[in-house]
Structures are given as structure tokens and as C-alpha cells.
Design a protein around this ligand. Sequence first.
Ligand SMILES: [Ca+2]
Ligand SMILES: [Ca+2]
Ligand SMILES: [Ca+2]
Ligand SMILES: [Ca+2]
Length: 472
Amino acid sequence: MNTDYLRVFIFLILFTTTSFGGPFFLKTALKTKFVDNNGVVFFFGDTGISKSGLFKTNGTREGTVLIKDNFSKAITYIGDMIVLNGLLYFIQINSYQQMELWESDGTESGTILIKNLEGFSMPEEIINVNGTIFFGSTDYEGFYELWKSNGTSEGTVIVKNIVPGDGSYPEDLTAFGDLLFFTAFDEYGRREIWKSDGSEEGTTVIKAISLENSKATNLCKVNNLVYFSATDGTLGQELWKTDGTSEGTVLVKDIYPGSFDSYPNNLTNVNGTLFFTAINDANGYELWKSDGTSNGTVLVKDIYPTASVSYQPQYLTNVNGTLFFYASNDVNGSELWKSDGTKAGTVMVKDINPTNSSIVSNTVNINGILYFSATNGSEGNELWKSDGTKDGTVMVANLNPNGNSYPAFITLSESGILYFYATDGTNQGLWVDSAECSERLWSDLNLDCKVDFKDFAVMASEWMECTKSSCN
Ligand SMILES: [Ca+2]
Ligand SMILES: [Ca+2]
Ligand SMILES: [Ca+2]
Ligand SMILES: [Ca+2]
């Protein structure tokens, strides 16, 4: 037997007997979101000291490929990323502290700078409205305004200089059919609700709700309406709705009667019903729902049965028609709850941390299962999942046996592989959980659920990588 084959044989004998299940570490990565493009996931990985590059992965080590290195010699800040028509769009800050809009088709030559936007104010979000991407950016005077791009340099332009000589600071970007709804300051310093068709003349205030400042915020599209929080100057910050017309922009309900604010927040569409949190005198901060009418806007349940305590329910997430959220009662601390919209159907899923609160966050619906980060009080902040039952609410893995793994950016790719950011105490970056392998074989280096000669090729290439450069 050839000595190479003998080595492979020994290698396979050594490792096929050892296996473990659950997520595994794939690549050191920046703490930015993972964006799926038809089963291939884009992310920013580490390529050296203070250097990063754009990678793509299919969830295997051999399928994890550097697309383009060295966007910036300094630490790179990556803003929001979206995929549109098979192309990745992202904003990064270059080494001159200027924002740049980039596009990538997944190849190095196809990863191109669309436009240097020059300003430094990083937008929180890029959104797609019917094939046009919208984002906030600094204009040539250095003020933050609404921009759009069609993927070309000439087509990347300011939509409207809403407040010349100052910024309008667009926020709450929301797609509404062919239109963008958003909030922005007008020239009088009032934050109002706006709409835009992408043209300068087609970018207008929908309704100036208050002569002072309507403080419009928290937009959420449900069916053919956008709900939001605003004040008319008399009734305080309350729930409003709009169909995009001035006359169709009306108060839904004065939840905290009179000039007091109910501060509608966490607006979430659950299969056509709006859920949100609001405060009033009788109940404190609680879970509400609305069908768009005043009578149909009701408290779902007074979970913390005193008015004075204001633990606001958080992380409202639609999981195939069931609302999951994080809320506090007077017995269990803050824990995972679910609601079908009825009082009786609003229940704590599980007291995950029996001695304290479970610090639920990063909630996401993955094919009808809620994935989230939480702590049970003894094993640290780890990846959990829930099917809505007590027994079906379990820790996926204790990735960091000596502390917190802090899972974040939990993303399902179209190929059914779960990607997330976490640390096991040593390896910080991209972790993978593939549903395809019922159990993970330790020597399955290319992560195809089999141990064979392909794994030896991965081992050999990693060994060669390490001999030509300094691995430690
Ligand atoms: Ca009020
Ligand atoms: Ca209460
Ligand atoms: Ca608890
Ligand atoms: Ca742990």
C-alpha cells in the first residue's frame, strides 16, 4: 500500500469512531449579518490583523471561499447588506472614513465599487423597494439625506435634498408596494411620515400630523396599511395608520387617554394582525393588538398585573402565525412567552432561567421554530430553539462550556443550513448547524456528513496552508 493511502486509512480509522452532534465552527468572521443568495451565504471574514474580506460559503469548509480581500487596510466597518436580483449590495467605510456602496456577484472581478458616497454616517439599513435600493447617506455638504441606487454609479443619487443646509435623517424605511414610506425631519425640524416613488417631486410628506412635531416612528406594514406611532400635539404619542394619503392617515386609538403617551412600540405583523406594546395608566407596559379600528385595538393580556412596573415586552416575532415575545411577570422574571391574540392563549412558554430572567434576544423564525439566544442561569448565553411547548424549548448546544457563546445573526440559507455568529471561548465567528447530518463526525472536515478521502484533501490543504504561512 502506498504510504499516502496508508496515512488516509489510519486517519479514517482514528476519527470515524468519534462523533458529536450539533453546531460547529466554520470561520473567524466579523460581527455582521449573514446574507443568503440562493443557498450561498455572503459574510465578512477575518483575513489577518485588522483586515477583513468578503467570503461566501455553502456551509462546508471547502466551499468557504474568499471572494475579495483587503477592502481596507484599517479595520473595516460593514453596514447593512442585501441581496437583490442575485447580487449582494453592501456599504462599507474605507480607510479614509468614507462610505462606499459595493456590489458583488460572488466573484473577485464581479465585486465592484459602485460609488464612493464620501460621508461617514453609516445607514442602519438598506432596503429594496421593487428593484430599487434605498438608504440614508450623507450628501455632498455632509448632511444625512435619502439616497437610492439601481446598481450603477450614475444611478446612485440623492432622492431629494429634503432639508438643504442640514439633514432630514431618514429612518424607518418601509416598502409599501412601489413606494417607500419613511420618517424624516422637515425644514421646520418636525419628524413626519413621508412617501417616495424615488423621484424628487414624488417624495412628499404624507401628512403633517402636528404643527409642532408629530415624532412619527416605528412604521409597520400590515395588509394595505402602515401603522406607526405619532402625536397630534393633543393626545400624546399614540397608534396611527396610513394608506399613503393625507385623508387616509388617522389615529387608530388614544390608548393612554388624553395628553398622556402610550408610546406604541415593537409593531409586528402576525399574519395580518398588528401586535405591539403600549403603556396606559391601568395596565402599565403590556402586549396589545389591533385590527385597525378603535374597538378592535385591545390589550391582549395584563401579564405583569400592576400598572406601575414597566417591563416592556420585547422581541415580538411572528412564527408562522404565533407571536413569540419576551416578557416579565411578577413570578418568573423575564421569560419567553407566546400568544395567539387571546388572553387565554397568551402564556409563558418556559421558565428557562428558574432563578432569574433568561435574557432572550436575537429571536428569529426558522421554518416555524423560534431560534434565539438565552441563558438558563448556569450554562451562559447560548443558542436555544422553541416549538412553543415547554418540552420543545431546549438549548441547541452549550457552545461555550466555560461561559457565554452570545449567538447572533441567526440566518437560515435556502439550502436549509443554519448560520450564526458565536464564540466557544476560542473560536469567534461563523458557526453552522446543518439539519442534513443527524450527527456530526469529528473527522468530517468538509462537512458533507461523510468521512472519506475528500476530508483528507481538506486536511492536506490546511496542512499546506499552515506550512507556507505562520499558523498558530
Ligand atoms: Ca394619549
Ligand atoms: Ca401590567
Ligand atoms: Ca425565570
Ligand atoms: Ca455556555
